[in-house]
Design a binder for this molecule. Structure first.
Ligand SMILES: O=C(O)CCC(=O)C(=O)O
Ligand SMILES: [Fe+2]
Length: 329
């Protein structure tokens, strides 16, 4: 049996085991999608409608709480917890928020971040238990399922990069992953010409992001950030499918072969709820070009960096000071 056959067999067995199917916008395979846009859909992921519906229902319940209740779970120094509207500025150069926060309408999304591993999800859950029965259970269940799906995708990505299927899904890499479930609530109307976006242009920092939405159109990608003018394409939602978006770390591991695509959210006066699940490896893991992705004529393009260092750097870049929203509370 040659190496290629073995690889295909392993890939087939992962797909059969989980029935996981990855498709891209043009309906080709996930491998070309990784190279082209770094974004693809996953169907047959095994997350039941019930689990998905409960997560959205509880997310809406949370955002419908009075602000004073939400402020009780205001984010902590690890950025877990509630973030009111206005806090996140992924694209400060183009986002009006840096100029005058108070005149901005519509608002930036409000969000709540929780994780289970290395996080305060249990604390959040305890605080919210009285006001939102079932919130914690719904989030823990969705979190667990999202992690399972991401790990299956990580195997396919490893194979696509000519590594062992378990390369990413190993104790050193994903034994204690940094996982974040972000519940987002957008409202209002975007106006890119005025620097008003649901979420400004950014790439995700980590390994991959699994995005579930309520079906309201909003997510856009720009495949070529250097193009002038930039071309933004909507990512339509597909019933039952989740969107997978590769992050900067995957771009680094693959030496730029896999794309960490710039994306943003544009809104048209509708409420929109989405639940991205961010997967990053163990915090002490070093992110560096894989041996299969470099050669004498293709040297590593990105410096090796510790996972936690990279995340902290990127996070500080895009978040306003706490004080910037105190006046809106
Ligand atoms: O709301 C979405 O569809 C995407 C949100 C996003 O890009 C993010 O939270 O990083
Ligand atoms: Fe994102």
């Amino acid at each position: 049996m040659n190496e290629m056959e073995t690889k295909t067999q392993v890939e087939d067995s992962i797909i059969q085991e989980s029935l996981l199917t990855c498709i891209d916008l043009a309906n080709s395979d996930h491998q070309s999608a990784c190279l082209d846009s770094g974004l693809f859909y996953v169907i047959n992921h095994g997350i039941s409608e019930e689990v998905m519906d409960k997560a959205f229902e509880q997310s809406k319940n949370f955002f419908a709480l009075p602000l004073e209740e939400k402020m009780k779970v205001l984010k902590n120094e690890k950025h877990r917890g509630y973030t009111p509207f206005y806090d996140q500025i992924p694209d400060p150069e183009n986002q009006g928020i840096t100029k005058k926060v108070t005149t901005l309408d519509p608002k930036f999304p409000e969000m709540i971040l929780s994780g289970i591993i290395h996080s305060m999800a249990p604390t959040l859950g305890l605080i919210l238990a009285n006001v939102l029965p079932g919130w914690r259970e719904a989030m823990e269940k969705y979190h667990q399922e999202a992690l399972r799906v991401c790990k299956a995708i990580a195997k396919l990505l490893a194979l696509a990069l000519d590594m062992d299927a378990d390369y990413f899904d190993s104790p050193e890499m994903l034994g204690k992953p940094i996982t974040t479930l972000r519940l987002l609530h957008y409202e209002g109307k975007s106006d890119p010409s005025k620097g008003i976006y649901g979420t400004g242009a950014h790439s995700d920092y980590g390994m991959m992001t699994l995005i579930a939405t309520d079906g309201v159109l909003g997510l856009q990608i720009c495949k070529d950030r250097n193009a002038k003018p930039q071309k933004w394409e909507y990512v339509p939602s597909i019933e039952g499918a989740l969107v997978v978006n590769l992050g900067d770390m995957m771009q680094c591991w693959s030496n730029g072969l896999f794309r960490s695509t710039m994306h943003r959210v544009i809104l048209n006066d509708q409420n929109r709820y989405s639940i991205p699940f961010f997967l990053e490896p163990n915090h002490d893991c070093i992110i560096e070009c894989l041996p299969t992705c470099q050669s004498e004529s293709n040297l590593p393009k990105y410096p090796a960096i510790k996972c936690s260092t990279y995340i902290t750097q990127r996070y500080e870049e895009v978040h306003a000071n706490f004080r910037s929203y105190e006046k809106h509370a």
